[in-house]
Ligand binder design. Sequence first.
Ligand SMILES: CC(C)(COP(=O)(O)OP(=O)(O)OC[C@H]1O[C@@H](n2cnc3c(N)ncnc32)[C@H](O)[C@@H]1OP(=O)(O)O)[C@@H](O)C(=O)NCCC(=O)NCCS
Length: 424
Amino acid sequence: MSGKDNKTEEQKKALEQLINQLSLKQAVQDKEKEKEEDFKFWKTQPVPAIDEEVKEDGPIEADTPYDQIKKEPYALPGSFTWCNVNIDDKEELTELYTLLTENYVEDDDAMFRFDYSAEFLKWALQPPGWKPQWLAGVRVKSNNKLVAFISAIPATLRVHEHKQLLVEINFLCVHKKLRSKRLAPVLIKEITRRVHLEGTFQALYTAGVHLPKPISVCRYYHRSLNPKKLIETGFSHLEKNRNMAKTIKYYRLPEKPLIPGFREMKAEDVDSVQKLLNTYLEKYQVAPVFSREDVEHWFLPVDNVVYSYVVENENEITDFVSFYNLPSSIIGHPTYKEIKAAYLFYYFQEGMGKKYSTTRALINDALIVAKSKSFDVFNCLNLMDNDDILDDLKFGKGDGLLNYYLYNYRCVEVKPRQLGVVLL
Ligand SMILES: CC(C)(COP(=O)(O)OP(=O)(O)OC[C@H]1O[C@@H](n2cnc3c(N)ncnc32)[C@H](O)[C@@H]1OP(=O)(O)O)[C@@H](O)C(=O)NCCC(=O)NCCS
């Protein structure tokens, strides 16, 4: 027997224990080091620390006086240059569409990628008060190729009792070939600078990634409208004890909306919708406040972009529901190119105490019209009153989470069902 192995059982046990303790210590040290290195950028920004318990609402830092705001853009690596993406120009709109359709958000398994249409981008990026310099792009100097983008649009958000003018930040995207080079922090700093120059110092944004520090964390839910296609593309799976024929039957919907007086929203409904939607949203702790122009922009139906319906009875609008069209490309599928997805947007439901409808009936009618318009799936988050209807209307729990963040504003954490804001 060699001396190496010549140990008593006790000695062996003691040695094993020591090794375990050492590796545990190493793991703890690694974790601590990782923590120190985490959020190198976000730690420099006016957001709550990841482990901070937010107890009171309010700005984190004071507004920067105009003369202290940097007037020059942040420096980019030498081969790149800033631009405003002019989406009124058809070619530039196509460039933005192409950047996003090829490089924007994918699911964790890289099977699906958001495919916002060009018309959708125009609608999403040009609401009342939009500014050309808030559609910020990065181009390669040598060939002018658009390789990164970030946007801001103005909005009014009520956070608990306080109404805050802010921007919504969206469509942050860096070309796949330029990832992990710390371009995203430069884009975020640059849009912040451009927003500061216009006198706004707070922002709202969402992300699938966990950063310091969400005000709320929501989950996606999905309602199959075309279960056969969803299963064939791997978006969803057959349930145990339910074959394809039974599954198709299970998700079948009536052909036409069921609530009497349910019809498409028209220009003449704008005043009623504005009044009733703002009133309905008051019950949530964090929710937008819409001007008349906002309502016209965000809710008058636009083909293939946004769909809005009201319930009218006895010349009175009692209910409203809207959804938007955001397809996903199916990455590398031999037969199917995309999944046509409807996302639940805003709604209100005045009819509750009256005779006409319930949230369940209202969203069921939205499912019915979405199905009739060939959507494959209807998605929503578990915010607003959505949680009450998910089971009944056969929504399934998704694996995606969406974190909501405020920039330069502390906000005591909000449960999804107390949250009344939907970003595109
Ligand atoms: C999101 C994206 C722009 C980040 O760029 P990247 O090249 O991966 O990362 P970079 O090296 O440039 O920057 C990393 C920093 O950005 C932060 N970051 C990454 N994704 C972010 C997001 N969605 N929102 C805010 N910050 C983000 C990281 O946390 C990191 O900062 P930290 O050191 O403080 O943790 C890029 O991955 C991308 O285009 N992804 C596909 C589209 C997408 O997911 N967009 C965001 C939608 S919310």
